[in-house]
Design a protein around this ligand. Sequence first.
Ligand code: FRU
Length: 520
Amino acid sequence: MKRPCLLPFAVLYLAALTASSQDYRPRYHFTPPQNWINDPNGLVYHDGQYHLFYQHNPFANQWGHMSWGHAVSTDLLRWEHLPVAIPEFTEGDKTTAIFSGSAVIDAGNRRGLCPPGTKNCFVAVYTGNVTQGDRHLAQYQNLAFSADGGRTFTQYAKNPIVDIGSKEFRDPNVFWYEPEQKWVMATVKAIEHRAAFYESADLKTWRFLSHFGPTGDTTKVWECPALVRVPIQNESGRSSGNQSRWVLFISAGHPQPGYVGMQYFVGDFDGTTFRLAPENPKPIAPAVTNVVDWGKDYYAAIQFNHLPASQPNPIMVGWTNNWAYAGSLPTTPFKGAMSLPRQISLKRTAEGLVLVQQPIAGVESLREGSGGNGPFRITLSNKSQSFENQPDNTYELTLDIVPGTAKEAGVRIAKGKNQETVLRYADGKLQLDRRRSGNVGFHKTFPSVEEAPVTPQNGVIRLRIFVDKSIVEVFANDGERVITNQIFPGEAAGGIELFAEGGTAEFRNVTVWPMKNAMK
Ligand code: FRU
């Protein structure tokens, strides 16, 4: 008997598998064409383009062979993928992986790193992570330069530029320090929980300035520092610039043990030392430092260098993932995504100078149609009301909640049979509950409830919720609190439902905008 040919079925099956896992691919958050990514690196604006480099394994959908992947954009939202910019390299039996770092532009190639005649020299400063077989030998700071606008890089012949003989010394964050016309580099001594600052006039020779830490959350290694001058809302004119503070971001800090996240410190940097300012917000609880994002999935964020005048506030991008389960994400052929670019500021509140993060204004250009569905207003007493179905799970939802007498009020999103992701306000806290958000079983640390303290302002909690397949970013009270989480809902789980329990709550300005696919 002739055996049936199984090939077409196998192909169909594989196609179906790929299609369903592809379906977790965000449409307006950055993802690589394929394979693994983690931290954003070398964020810089140059000649009309924003550059996003990122930790990347060019060969597999898991961490390894770290190199800098590369993409460019004119609006920070629609990205063009480019070839790997800085690949891992081998000399003799030693391999140098290109760990995280930053990029600056040496205008006019004045420091002469690039060949003579180069208009602007693109300079990347990264951590060389050196191994020999299975042995980990060193971490030090290296430099590479590009004369073709960041497309290809040459390793600096006199690397390393900063070496302290450590294996846990990484993630150089370099920026131009205007008052003293010099470059400053923030790095971390990861297991000592210390940031170390350096200065340089030529990017080649660096001088140690000072340390900051240990302080704050020291239960996790410190990674990816970012030292950024941040304007204070309603007090700053860009020209005077005196109403600002320096904010030191450290990747390490989450209210829940075992999960990495980010903490921030508000202070002053005088070109040599970073000191906490009196208005550094008091910790909400003894074990909780100033949390950047109360979700599980925002890490390693750094700022863009050399932003154009049209962007008066610093802009940061983070990796929407958590090392606790990053390697197990159920996505193929890629793993990892970036947050929406966030514009940051400080706001004077009773707590002190609080970090405010908002999606860049351009995000509104991704809204499909003029007004989406809404605005819609409803009062609910002890009941739920299905509001819409967005089976694509790619939308922005805005709503204001007046919690009233309700014990709990909120919205269920990505709702389907036996699954939902719940955003609820109860007892002065905003919770994002992904315990039943679909595919949660791929790692035991994934199902979780996040909780951020949120105070209604004039009785209202304002919410902007971005849902993008497997990413949920919640901006509460105009960005005073942010919760970012991944979810992996099933195919038909696109329901949106408002609810009030234990009393009456009102929902105002409820609007859903389907979002455009920015990846086309
Ligand atoms: C942070 C980090 C960095 C390091 C890079 C390696 O996520 O661990 O400290 O440079 O990732 O990929």
